[in-house]
Design a protein around this ligand. Structure first.
Ligand code: HPA
Length: 241
């Protein structure tokens, strides 16, 4: 675990080989129970700890994910750099799913989690630019089609957005999802370096003519996984140095 790298992602992470630790109980943390045990998978010859955000049986909806516990569990095994993989809808016709977007900022005025309930701490939220640059280099090396920046807008979920909501939300950013901003904020509060790879799995409601369904989003996410996986493999190669 010399890379000090951890990954939090959706159910597609589970396609990785090895998965040592999957039968362990999720650890206890000061913030409660994480979504899954910390599993170790093989990425480019390295053992990388991961947390499966929606649980190993995919039973934890976005609004109930305990991001603080997930991050703490990774920190407890020595992780200092976290990559969050997030499924998103595109708010732009030209950001055509399936594709990958590496966000450079987020907008999340509706959900603002904190670990600082009893003290006054005001972080200035930002994604870790150094880690983001490593992702960009990795995406280049992986030769996948990707978008190098964009604002991630977070909604509460679990339902998708109405067309009327998207008409407004599209003025705020490039992609919409339900978890990355919360995860990024809490990671920063915990002193972790955090950046994200967004798997663009659909057009947000009303951006294209096609009707939106969760089943279709999952299908495209599975297609996108190959790209995300290649970027992660190159990223591990780069961090190995
Ligand atoms: N909206 C919100 N979250 C999402 C979407 C979306 O269109 N696609 C994937 N996660």
């Amino acid at each position: 675990m010399s890379l000090q790298l951890g990954v939090i992602g959706g159910t597609n992470l589970y396609h990785w080989s090895r998965k040592e630790g999957k039968n362990a109980e999720p650890p206890r943390t000061p913030y409660g129970t994480p979504s899954s045990p910390v599993l170790y998978v093989d990425v480019a010859g390295e053992s990388v700890p991961i947390i499966v955000r929606h649980g190993l049986d995919h039973s934890i909806p976005p609004h109930r994910v305990n991001h603080a516990a997930n991050l703490w569990a990774l920190k407890a095994v020595g992780v200092t750099k976290v990559i969050g993989i997030s499924s998103v809808g595109s708010l732009r016709r030209e950001i055509r799913p399936p594709t990958v977007l590496i966000p450079d900022d987020y907008f999340s005025p509706f959900v603002v989690p904190t670990i600082h309930d009893r003290e006054i701490v005001h972080i200035t939220p930002q994604l870790d630019e150094e880690l983001r640059k490593v992702i960009l280099n990795a995406a280049e090396k992986a030769e996948v089609e990707y978008h190098p920046r964009g604002v991630y807008v977070q909604t509460v979920g679990p339902r998708l957005e109405t067309k009327a909501e998207i008409m407004v939300i599209k003025n705020w950013g490039e992609v919409v999802g339900m978890s990355m901003a919360s995860e990024a904020t809490l990671a920063q509060e915990m002193g972790l370096h955090y950046a994200s790879i967004c798997s663009v799995d659909n057009y947000a409601n009303g951006i294209a003519e096609e009707n939106l369904s969760f089943e279709r989003i999952l299908e495209v996410a599975a297609e996108n996984w190959n790209m995300v996986r290649r970027v992660l493999e190159e990223l591990v190669e780069l961090l190995k140095g």
